[in-house]
Design a protein around this ligand. Structure first.
Ligand code: FMN
Length: 234
């Protein structure tokens, strides 16, 4: 294992992999690490579709416009955000909180209230979203207030935010195991959803190519803008 700074330094988007598969235990370990990522209300809106079937992989490469990072990767993982899968997680969280409490841990009542009462209201959109929009507006005139999510678009942002964090964890996990990666959003999302038979509330966030870089796979040194464009001290 490398130290964290070294892992961050070594991660570099690789466009030319050696095409060798990544050992199954490495992929499974990295997926387990990704699932330890932070997520909004711990709702874990992500899914990782590790494409191992040769025919599906072939189609996936085409859907990624046959870009070199997809064509040469040892493994391809499609990272998906779900906007409507949170209720299963919410109910599971309630069960786990009850279990933890029965084992003697102090679980504040607020945690039970949150998952049983507040979260279903917070994450329900549609007609409830319009009512929430009005409620947030008037409450917000007087005090700091949540402003969303009030519609499907907000839920999409909500799910993609947490899923993107998990994608980063996944890339860093692979790097810590000595494998390179390339995140890709250069693909046809409609065809990808169809290929994987994804439900309507699924958003394909990234396709991750993983493997060992070819000797010339890391073509350029890292390019970044000026630090003070991005870091603000207020
Ligand atoms: C959301 C996202 C989408 C990306 N899509 C592609 C892609 O389709 N093809 C590609 O070659 N690189 C893609 N990249 C990689 C970026 O080009 C790369 O991260 C950036 O140039 C910085 O380089 P580094 O990752 O080596 O630090 C993507 C990166 C992100 C975060």
């Amino acid at each position: 294992m490398l130290d964290f700074a070294q892992v961050v330094e070594n991660r570099h988007s690789v466009r030319l992999f050696d095409g060798q598969p990544v050992p199954e235990d490495v992929v499974q370990r990295c997926l387990d690490m990704a699932m330890k990522s932070a997520s909004s209300s711990n709702m874990q809106p992500w899914e990782f579709h590790w494409v191992r079937t040769p025919q599906i992989r072939e189609e996936l490469v085409k859907i990624c416009f046959s870009q070199p990072a997809a064509k040469t990767a040892g493994e391809l993982i499609v990272c998906v955000a779900r906007t409507k899968a949170w209720d299963r997680v919410r109910l599971n969280t309630l069960e786990q909180l009850k279990k933890i409490k029965s084992e003697g841990f102090h679980v504040p009542d607020a945690a039970f209230d949150y998952y049983s009462q507040l979260a279903p209201k917070l994450y329900s959109v549609g007609l409830g979203g319009w009512l929430k929009r009005g409620y947030f507006f008037f409450k917000g005139l007087k005090q700091p207030t949540m402003r969303g999510p009030v519609n499907e678009a907000d839920m999409k942002v909500w799910a993609i935010k947490s899923t993107s964090l998990a994608c980063q964890t996944l890339m860093l996990a692979f790097q810590s195991e000595g494998y390179d990666s390339c995140p890709m959003e250069g693909f046809d999302p409609c065809r990808l959803k169809k290929l994987l038979n994804l439900p309507r509330d699924a958003d394909t966030v990234m396709v991750l190519g993983v493997g060992k870089a070819r000797p010339n796979g890391k073509a350029l040194p890292r390019i970044r803008g000026e630090r003070d464009w991005f870091v603000k001290i207020v």
